[in-house]
Design a protein around this ligand. Sequence first.
Ligand code: FMN
Length: 342
Amino acid sequence: MKMQTQNRKTEHLKIACSENVQFREKTTGLEKIGFKGIDLEYKTLPEINKKEISLQAEFLGKKFSAPIIVEAITGGTEEARQINRDIAGACEELGIGMGLGSMRAMIENPALKETYFVRDIAPKIFLAGNIGAAQLLQYPIEKIEKAIEEIKADALAIHLNAAQEALQKEGDTNFKGVLNAIEKISAKLSKPVYVKEVGHGIGFSVAKKLAKTKIKAIDVAGAGGTSWTGIDSLRGNKELGETFWDYGIATAESIVQCRKAFKKKIIASGGIRTGLDIAKAIALGADMAGIALPVLKAQQEAGKEGVKKYLEKIIEELRIAMFLSGAKSLKELKKVKITKSR
Ligand SMILES: Cc1cc2nc3c(=O)[nH]c(=O)nc-3n(C[C@H](O)[C@H](O)[C@H](O)COP(=O)(O)O)c2cc1C
């Protein structure tokens, strides 16, 4: 079991970095392709000074210099150690947040816990620990609390990955009782809890159920970016994988549906690839945005500096998008009009 978790993590990283694992036909809905998609209203007369724009955000008690979280990617393998440290170092310098990969590997094998340690180089950032829905049913809350303490995280992200598990040969497909487990842990854990998907989206009815628990945020991780049914199909379930490769709720749709049902914080993620995507997601109702795969690729290419350079570009794009919308702050960006692309 222990080795299975570790080997799976290694295979996931390898496939994510070497194959085309993004959605094929389905898009996030944030882009503008032909007649499809949305735009922010272009304020030809912005009447603001670009230099005075503030990207400052607050999420679960921490301040961010831009509303961005590098999404959960890894932990529990040798290569994970360096990936986490490069990402954490870049996030600390930029003043943005980071999610660590599932803590399952370190809970199963405590010898691996150091591969998640980043607090020495990233003392100030918002840092989230991570656990899967299936593991929530298996571990007592105390075990998860201990793991969160060990990695010195500010919050726990629970990933709901039914689509991924269904396409995994050894997948855990017993999701009976997960909502109840979320209810319990969100009431008991000493740190805030939030719920995320892994790239197939969260819709209205689920967000409504989650709104009745004590979770503090939803990270939509919608369809249009990395396809986890795709990655796990490439690991050995090719025929079924083809059918479900593009499965899920597109990111833009997921933001809108979750916003209707859930009044607390929303992270937009799943295919966020530019700062303009972030601006549109915030105007649609999100508070923050998350990115995973391109950050991993930037790290693989050029380590910490690669991650930093990539994220600096995203931040500058967001600033430009805000300037062109006449929004001096994220609060003002939320009010910018969304128009249908032509
Ligand atoms: C290599 C890799 C590993 C991931 N591992 C996890 C994980 O352990 N826990 C989790 O909640 N999400 C995990 N994710 C999902 C991401 O956090 C994110 O929700 C998803 O990839 C969508 O974002 P993207 O389109 O920007 O990649 C992983 C993503 C990648 C690319």
